[in-house]
Design a protein around this ligand. Structure first.
Ligand SMILES: C[C@@H]1O[C@H](OP(=O)(O)OP(=O)(O)OC[C@H]2O[C@@H](n3ccc(=O)[nH]c3=O)[C@H](O)[C@@H]2O)[C@H](O)[C@H](O)[C@H]1O
Length: 443
């Protein structure tokens, strides 16, 4: 969640006109990561303020982000954040900002900000369609997997996600599950939005207009849009290993597959993916990652089907760890990007000119994939079995074949032009700032 906040901070400090002062408040251990995401120019302009998390039994000392924690550790991190309330109150009293933009895990910021006259906005890190399906008041509790198969009351008619298959609904139950008596994610989101003055979404009416309007009606408050986050061209160069490997293939021939920062394929799914890519006959580069604490190299070996490496030697590579995703996507040999439908990854692939194939693995990714493939027509979903989400190698190779076929880019070209149009992006930024100013200092 750091990345969308850092992207918005960058946008706010780089806008022409009356300067906006931004303080980025986060757990102390995140400071290097936040500064890196802000980039050199914005890191100068934005004050990055550390919060000192209290000790919570079971939470490793120095923990700051879910990226380095197990699933239960991530729950404890929320408890630790709750313990920073006094620090946040003191900070707000000192800084007296016009507005505080908050994430879902700290709904109590409203309690301390409102008495100080500080407007509070909930910045959603999710797409509007995901928020609309899962997080609105009409999604009445208690919620079972069966309830979650259909959209909440009043949901935009004829939406492609009016219903979802059972395996997706089963995954959504996480949002409604309380761990150790702590509020569940839905409760925290609802508690965070309810007292806020507005919701902020990093999307736009052109892409998600009806979901944005539904969110606004459901919460009874304005939804401000920042515009979709479009990546800036990456700095530096692609490392030699991948640059020279990719350069050995014809233009647009390679399929690149990766699944963002926190999405892991179970071994059986990884096996089908790899066999499916083998069956495409194309060169491919796959990045597989594994949960914290796992022996990544051992897990990687276990995911690769016997004999595959010999059969695809020279044209198929499987690796683990962090890669220069944007550089790879922009390499002339890479023509197809199979991904988890994380919004940033999908937009990066689209802007780089890749055909997109979606293999979402959890939560919002399912809804993003449906929106991108079936409403915006910018990619193809891998066909899955409704009950358990199983997919086979043939489903993977079929999806790639459809995506790379002549005419398989659907409306991608139009959306790419829209995303990369600087005038459009500038207007999103200036409209957002204008609305923010109107909210904090009404005429
Ligand atoms: C709200 C959360 O967003 C998440 O996004 P996640 O980080 O997985 O993926 P992206 O939005 O694609 O973002 C990932 C970002 O990391 C970059 N990157 C990633 C891996 C790598 O090896 N190298 C890179 O440069 C990539 O270029 C992109 O900018 C998920 O949807 C999740 O379900 C949702 O809760």
């Amino acid at each position: 969640h750091i990345s969308p906040f850092a992207q918005l901070a960058r946008k706010l400090v780089s806008i022409d006109g009356e300067p906006i002062r931004v303080s980025f408040v986060t757990a102390a251990g995140n400071l290097p990561r936040v500064r890196a995401m802000l980039g050199p120019a914005a890191a100068e302009a934005v004050a990055v303020v550390p919060l000192h998390l209290p000790r919570v039994p079971g939470l490793p000392e120095g923990s700051a982000s879910t990226a380095e924690l197990t699933a239960s550790g991530a729950e404890l991190l929320k408890v630790a954040l709750d313990g920073t309330r006094e620090q946040v109150a003191a900070l707000l009293a000192d800084l007296r900002p016009d507005a505080a933009l908050i994430d879902f895990a700290t709904p109590w910021v409203c309690d301390v900000a409102v008495p100080l006259g500080v407007k509070v906005l909930h910045l959603s890190v999710f797409s509007a369609v995901a928020g609309a399906y899962l997080a609105v008041p009409a999604r009445r509790l208690p919620t079972s997997a069966g309830d979650l198969m259909s959209a909440p009351d009043g949901f935009p008619e004829s939406s492609v996600v009016a219903t979802v298959p059972a395996y997706q609904a089963a995954d959504f139950t996480y949002m409604f599950t309380s761990f150790d008596g702590q509020p569940c994610v839905y409760d925290r989101v609802a508690a965070s939005i309810k007292p806020c003055d507005a919701v902020v979404i990093k999307s736009c009416m052109e892409m998600e207009g009806r979901y944005i309007s539904y969110l606004s009606a459901q919460f009874g408050k304005p939804v401000l849009v920042t515009g979709p986050v479009v990546p800036e061209p990456p700095e530096g160069e692609l490392e030699r290993r991948w640059a020279s490997w990719l350069s050995s293939f014809p233009e647009n021939s390679v399929v690149f597959a990766s699944f963002g920062s926190e999405t892991f394929l179970p071994p059986a799914a990884a096996t089908e993916l790899l066999l499916g890519l083998e069956a495409t006959g194309r060169p491919f580069l796959v990045v597989l990652n594994f949960p914290k604490g796992a022996d990544a190299e051992a897990e990687l070996r276990a995911s690769i089907p016997p004999g595959l490496e010999e059969r695809v030697s020279g044209r198929g590579e499987v690796c683990t760890g962090w890669v220069q995703q944007q550089h790879i996507l922009r390499h002339r040999s890479v023509g197809c990007y199979l991904n988890h439908a994380g919004f940033s990854s999908a937009v990066e692939g689209l802007v780089a000119g890749c055909r997109l194939v979606f293999l979402p693995m959890k939560g919002d990714q399912y809804l993003n994939a449906a929106l991108l493939a079936r409403e915006l027509h910018v990619g193809v979903e891998v066909v899955r079995r409704d009950e358990d989400g199983w997919f086979g190698r043939q489903d993977v190779s079929d999806a790639v074949a459809v995506a790379v076929a002549d005419g398989g880019d659907g409306d991608a070209r139009n959306w790419r032009d829209f995303f990369t149009n600087q005038d459009v992006q500038n207007k999103f930024a200036s409209d957002f700032v204008r609305q923010l100013k109107e909210l904090v200092r009404p005429a």
